[in-house]
Design a protein around this ligand. Structure first.
Ligand code: HEC
Length: 146
């Protein structure tokens, strides 16, 4: 009788630990995708150059739906105003490649970025816009060392 009670208590304890571990894993995965939860950033918005303003309009048409207003991120894609996208780690060429070929999820857990039908000259303006945002938020060129 006592042995049976002990066994029951033990299996309750083990069951509780399994549930706890599952709960921790679910809360770590952050629900809405992303790398451990909410990666959106508060963006300091500068006075844009003429090209930057054109880029802003293009960005809002083609990119903001995922990368969020002011490239601050959303639950669909990371902020581009983020130090890993500084020009030393993601040079302008990485932006052309991302838009023209799409991106396989690798830095984050949002999923893949589809290739988009945006002309090169428009991408150039979007890059100018993103770089101006990055600069206004203290994101400087850092050499690639990852
Ligand atoms: C349908 C959603 C979606 C749209 C629209 C979108 N992106 Fe993305 N983008 C993503 C996701 C998701 C990632 C992150 C992939 C990863 O690294 O895990 C990403 C990553 C990137 C990267 C990083 C590429 C790299 O080499 O790591 C750049 C640059 C980028 N996007 C630029 C743009 C630009 C510019 C536009 C608009 C022309 C745009 N994206 C529109 C979803 C989107």
């Amino acid at each position: 009788m006592i042995e049976k009670l002990k066994a029951n208590a033990l299996s309750l304890l083990l069951g509780g630990m399994v549930i706890l571990a599952a709960a921790i894993m679910i809360s770590r995965s952050g629900g809405g995708g992303g790398d451990g939860g909410d990666n959106t950033v508060d963006v300091n918005v500068p006075n844009f150059s003429v090209v930057g303003l054109e880029g802003e309009a293009l960005f809002n048409t083609s990119c903001a739906v995922c990368h969020g207003p002011n490239a601050g991120g959303s639950d669909r894609a990371p902020p581009l105003v983020h130090t890993i996208y500084n020009p030393g780690h993601h040079a302008d060429e990485a932006f052309f490649r991302a838009v023209l070929n799409g991106v396989r999820a690798h830095h984050w857990r949002y999923g893949n970025m589809p290739r988009l039908d945006v002309p090169r000259e428009d991408i150039t303006k979007i890059i100018a816009y993103v770089r101006e945002l990055q600069q206004a938020n203290g994101i400087a060129t850092r050499p690639h060392n990852m």
